[in-house]
Design a protein around this ligand. Structure first.
Ligand SMILES: [Fe+2]
Length: 277
């Protein structure tokens, strides 16, 4: 496996998902045996750390520390674990779909978008080289039901932040606190090149919804995405120019693919299959 994939931090689950003693997971085609002793975790042949309520693992030597999530230290936020979802698609497809604003009216019809209003307004993308992150800012979209606590439609403001090839988060105006940002993270565990486990996680400002309502809303959205993702062909992400019609290739998708190429990341891409063949 290339170092660009090996030398990264990946989550393999929320801390509460691991029982005391031994449990098993799979990451990058590698079986892992996790030993839990209270709050300490160990995996033979891998390094671990615990952050943001999740267990993080690397099979190599990451150049950087795990990304910072300052919102996790804000005391009035609720951390919500939405449960792990297996998706038969490349983890890179999951991240790219998460970044795609254009699918809201068609995939999340009458929730995150409306078919009568499908245009994506112009937004900005940038690669922040000091932190090696991709950002999309000034995204705006009319949403009939933007969040679990919404009582009507709103123009939602969005920002997207890609912190590593398989970890992404979006910042979105909460219905109740227009001057702050809800954080919705998608941590992807690449199990095989074309098989992933998504770990959606939220840090939200919401005094009214129950945990069950917040989780239910997120799961409904994610199951709509899962259907689309599992029907997409190829299951791996094509990186060759012109391989895929550019309907989905909006600004952030173009930047994301270019960034993966620059990193030499091939796990979960079609480039890898080509090379093996
Ligand atoms: Fe979606």
């Amino acid at each position: 496996m290339e170092s660009a994939a090996r030398d990264q931090w990946y989550t393999i689950g929320a801390l509460n998902d691991f029982p005391e003693g031994l449990s098993h997971r799979r990451l990058l085609g590698t079986d892992l045996t996790i030993t839990r002793d209270g709050n300490s975790f160990a995996i033979h042949g891998a390094r671990t750390r615990t952050d943001y309520g999740h267990l993080w693992v690397t099979l190599g030597t990451p150049e950087r520390d795990l990304f910072d999530l300052p919102e996790s230290r804000e005391p009035d936020r609720r951390s919500v674990y939405c449960g792990a979802v297996q998706v038969r698609a490349s983890g890179l497809r999951l991240v790219e779909n998460f970044l795609d604003l254009a699918h809201f009216p068609y995939v999340h019809t009458d929730i995150l978008g409306v078919e009568e209003n499908p245009e994506v307004a112009k937004y900005e993308v940038e690669q922040r080289r000091d932190v090696d992150e991709l950002w999309a800012t000034k995204c705006e979209f009319f949403q009939p039901k933007a969040a679990a606590s919404s009582e009507g439609g709103q123009i939602s403001q969005y920002m997207y932040r890609v912190v590593s090839p398989f970890n992404v988060m979006l910042y979105k105006t909460p219905p109740s606190a227009p001057n702050r940002w809800d954080v919705i993270a998608l941590f992807v565990q690449p199990v095989e090149p074309d098989l992933s486990i998504a770990h959606p996680y939220m840090l939200v400002i919401d005094d009214t919804s129950t945990d069950a309502e917040l989780i239910g809303f997120q799961q409904m959205i994610f199951l709509q995405d899962k259907i689309v993702l599992e029907n997409q062909r190829p299951r791996l992400l094509p990186l060759q120019p012109g391989r895929e019609t550019p309907t989905r290739a909006d600004l952030s998708s173009v930047l994301y693919r270019r960034w993966l190429k620059e990193k030499g990341l091939t796990y979960g891409t079609e480039a890898r299959t080509d090379r093996v063949a």
